[in-house]
Design a protein. Structure first.
Length: 435
């Protein structure tokens, strides 16, 4: 029975290891990252407020702040759940220790009563000498020693269990204190969320007052995006046509070389049997290339571009995506659909190539410049530029400045960024590194 009780004590003391410190650490890391994102967003919002009146960028930044704040509160709530589970588990351990101590103390009391009743030396000697044989007497002496050791072990088990229970009580107290502190933080974050929601509503109301003007700007923006998309499609078609012509020309040169070699071989004659015999020209099998845009010069760049998906640098050092790839909800309740991301940045900020490649096209769309760079069969396109510093056919390196960010229709600096291949339009944010 002593061994069983001791095993239970060990099992209860080891249950502390099956807690959630790893999970809490993960939540703390997430909390730190969310706080960092919140601070960066707040800084961008303050910078924008200092430059202009209420605009879409401010509304987007405040909206993002609200979303980050919600995630912070959700993170805290999950932390509280972990603490609640820890409190429940610890309290269960304390209750088990209490029951175990009651059992140990009862057993110990029985042994003490028995020892008290048989405390005299006469009883001790009488128990030994009443043995039927010498071997029986030795067994009785061994039994008495074992019983004395059993009582001592019971005393140790009681003390050890009491120590384990004390640690659990301290742990319970510490967890309650942690929960109290986390609840205070949650209350603070809830108050901050309410303030952010009020600011979001305020900016939304101000933007609604500018409804007609904003609608005109949205229509103008959509028209501008269509023109850029058409220019990109035309440039992409031109690049593919040129690649096909180059492939045909190269194939013709190779074919001519093979034909010349075959003709030389066919002029050989066999004189042993009389008339000359011309050898039959072998058939040449033509393989369909994976992409007409791929060739020996850019296939390595293409593979490297693919392998860097998710870790490519952003086209601007300081910027914030205000419109994402796909459908975007506007303050008016309408939506705008894009094949690109729109990155807000300072007017005149340097715009850089995201990867090694060759400038496929430099275009003008209305009064802004557009640069398309080829990376194998992929193309990165940078729209709403000024002071473009590269030209068609030029090789560029990752991080090389290709132009400056121009002002958009709102008067704010921004860059529209696209990633295409010959068939598909990709979400650029999935290719760029996480900020």
């Amino acid at each position: 029975m002593v061994k069983m009780f001791f095993s239970i004590v060990i099992m209860l003391s080891g249950m502390a290891a099956i807690a959630q410190p790893v999970t809490r650490e993960e939540l703390e890391k997430q909390q730190t990252q969310l706080k960092k994102e919140l601070e960066e967003t707040a800084k961008l919002l303050n910078d924008n407020r200092a430059k202009s009146k209420e605009n879409y960028v401010q509304w987007k930044l405040v909206n993002d702040k609200v979303n980050i704040q919600d995630r912070i509160i959700d993170n805290i709530s999950r932390d509280i759940n972990i603490l609640d589970n820890s409190l429940y588990t610890t309290q269960k351990d304390i209750n088990r220790y209490d029951r175990l101590l009651d059992t140990l103390k009862q057993e110990y009391a029985k042994s003490m009563i028995y020892a008290y009743k048989n405390r005299s030396n006469y009883d001790f000697l009488n128990f030994i000498f009443s043995a039927a044989s010498f071997n029986d007497a030795i067994k009785r002496i061994t039994y008495l020693k074992s019983y004395r050791n059993y009582r001592e072990m019971m005393e140790e088990n009681i003390l050890r269990t009491q120590e384990f229970r004390k640690k659990k009580v301290e742990e319970l107290s510490g967890t309650k204190k942690q929960k109290s502190e986390v609840l205070k933080v949650k209350d603070q974050e809830m108050s901050a969320l309410e303030m952010e929601k009020k600011e979001k509503d305020r900016i939304l109301n101000e933007l609604k007052k500018q409804g007609k003007q904003l609608n005109k700007q949205m229509v103008a923006t959509q028209n501008q995006l269509k023109k850029v998309t058409n220019a990109i499609n035309a440039a992409l078609k031109r690049a593919m046509d040129e690649a096909k012509k180059m492939a045909i020309k190269k194939s013709a040169v190779n074919e001519a070389g093979k034909l010349s070699t075959t003709n030389n071989n066919s002029n050989a004659t066999i004189t042993a049997s009389g008339p000359s015999v011309k050898t039959k020209r072998p058939e040449i099998k033509k393989e369909t290339p994976a992409s007409v845009l791929l060739n020996a010069e850019n296939i390595t760049v293409n593979a490297n571009f693919i392998s860097n998906k998710g870790s490519l640098p952003w086209p601007v050092d300081k910027g914030y995506p205000v419109l994402h790839f796909g459908s975007n909800l506007l303050p008016s309740g309408s939506t705008i659909v894009q094949d690109c991301i729109t990155v807000s940045t300072d007017v005149g900020s340097s715009v850089k190539a995201i990867f090694d490649g060759t400038v496929s096209s430099v275009m003008y769309v209305e009064d802004m410049q557009v640069v398309m760079i080829q990376h194998g069969k992929y193309f990165s396109t940078y729209s709403n530029l000024s002071n473009v510093s590269v030209q068609r056919g030029q090789s560029v390196k990752t991080g090389q400045v290709i132009g400056k960010a121009a002002a958009n229709l709102d008067g704010d600096g921004s860059v529209d960024f696209y990633i295409y291949d010959e068939k598909t339009r990709f979400d650029p944010e999935k290719w760029l590194r996480h900020r």
